[in-house]
Design a protein. Structure first.
Length: 75
């Protein structure tokens, strides 16, 4: 039961990190990790955000090469 809850929270954290990566890619706004004074916390935060960036890249690469998706003009 505890392991299931831990997996659920980890999955949610990765989804939030991926969402932040998508916002950064589409709008240019990103969290200011340079304002974190503790170097350990800053490093962990940057690694956490890097996981979202990596997952976003994988999903985007999969979608671009998929026949189920097509690019449409933004309106």
């Amino acid at each position: 039961m505890v392991l299931g809850r831990l997996v659920h929270y980890a999955f949610d954290a990765v989804l939030v990190s991926t969402l932040v990566a998508g916002v950064r890619r589409s709008s240019g706004f990103a969290p200011r990790t340079d304002s974190i004074t503790d170097p350990t916390v800053r490093s962990i935060t940057e690694q956490y955000l890097g996981i979202g960036e990596t997952l976003f890249d994988v999903v985007q690469g999969t979608v671009v090469n998929s026949t189920y998706f097509q690019k449409k003009d933004r309106r």
